[in-house]
Ligand binder design. Structure first.
Ligand code: NCD
Length: 310
């Protein structure tokens, strides 16, 4: 495996292997001295053309704990803001002798283009509304840890499907792991053409959150991405919450063992209530914790897989 651009590029075995390595890496997180020499002498650049809290910092921590040299760059503060083309900026950075570029970009497909230009490994850390593969892997890892095998488990993904790259990667990953997925959203936030995708790939669609919640083992709430919304996708935030928010009342609809996920950042009070976000069954912080282990695993598989690293 040279790049991680899309979950669609991964086989079931590759996903299983990434998740198994993540479990080993998670143990490092529990140690007092969180440092292993695996990527000593390797250089990883986090190139973020869009804002991020958890993805960027967890890739940075993951690299550092594995002894790689990790550097953070953002569009603001780089020559990209002086009008340099994406290709020139990326080739400049790559020419310094980089082993991996972790790229977040507002344009869908940008990491794939970059992978065509450079010789180093490229990791997609979220591209536009396309994919966010490391997020889907950490979500699967977290759900597996809580529920055991995801084979036959029911997962609902709820909310702003149109603007979410998390939903695309999660669908591919969860389906590959054998989960039954239902996507829930108001009709205005269902991506166009989703019906034919659902029919071809065997997942369900619903506009009725209350009907779906009692049937699932896990519910993943998605952030309402107001920064990507040009028009009115719902009348008022209040109405969105009434129809599609995981409110305190709706918690009572969940099975006893069902867990709650959210990739973050959360709009508390909009798509998720504080009662749900902070509930004992909420895995939100477990997802963040797993994020470091899963990203260590990704870096391991891409950079140490050829056996040249320690
Ligand atoms: C997500 C993203 O950026 O795609 N956040 C994340 O990486 N944890 C989801 C979001 O922005 O809502």
């Amino acid at each position: 495996m040279k790049h991680l651009l899309s979950i669609a590029d991964l086989s079931r075995d590759e996903i299983d292997s990434l998740l198994a390595t993540a479990a080993t890496m998670h143990e490092v997180q529990g140690r007092e001295v969180k440092k292993i020499p695996t990527l000593r002498g390797r250089t990883v650049i986090n190139f973020f053309f869009e804002d991020s809290t958890r993805t960027r910092s967890s890739f940075e921590i993951a690299g550092k704990w594995m002894s790689a040299d990790t550097i953070n760059m953002s569009a603001k503060g780089s020559s990209a803001s002086k009008g340099e083309s994406l290709r020139d900026t990326v080739l400049t950075v790559a020419a310094m002798g980089v082993d991996a570029l972790v790229v977040r970009h507002p344009a869908s497909g940008a990491p794939k283009r970059i992978a065509d230009w450079v010789d180093c490994s490229v990791i997609n850390a979220g591209d536009g509304t396309h994919e966010h593969p490391s997020q889907a892997l950490l979500d699967a890892y977290t759900m597996q840890k809580a529920l055991g095998s995801l084979e036959g488990r029911r997962v609902a993904i709820v909310g702003d499907l149109t603007h979410s790259r998390v939903v695309r990667s999660n669908l591919l990953c969860l389906r590959t792991l054998g989960a039954e997925v239902t996507l829930v959203a108001p009709p205005t936030l269902m991506p166009s053409g989703i019906e034919s995708w659902a029919a071809a790939d065997g997942f369900s669609l619903s506009t009725e959150l209350d009907a779906v919640l009692p049937t699932v083992d896990a519910v993943m709430m998605l952030r309402v991405q107001r920064e990507r919304m040009a028009g009115g996708f719902f009348p008022t935030p209040r109405e969105y919450t009434v129809g599609y928010g995981l409110t305190r009342d709706r918690l009572g609809l969940l099975k006893d063992h069902a867990v709650i996920c959210h990739p973050g950042p959360m709009n508390r009070g909009l798509e998720i209530s504080p009662d749900a976000a902070d509930a004992a069954r909420s895995l939100v912080l477990d997802q963040v914790s797993a994020g470091v282990a899963v990203r260590m695993s990704i870096l391991y598989h891409l950079l140490a897989g050829d056996g040249s690293a320690e």
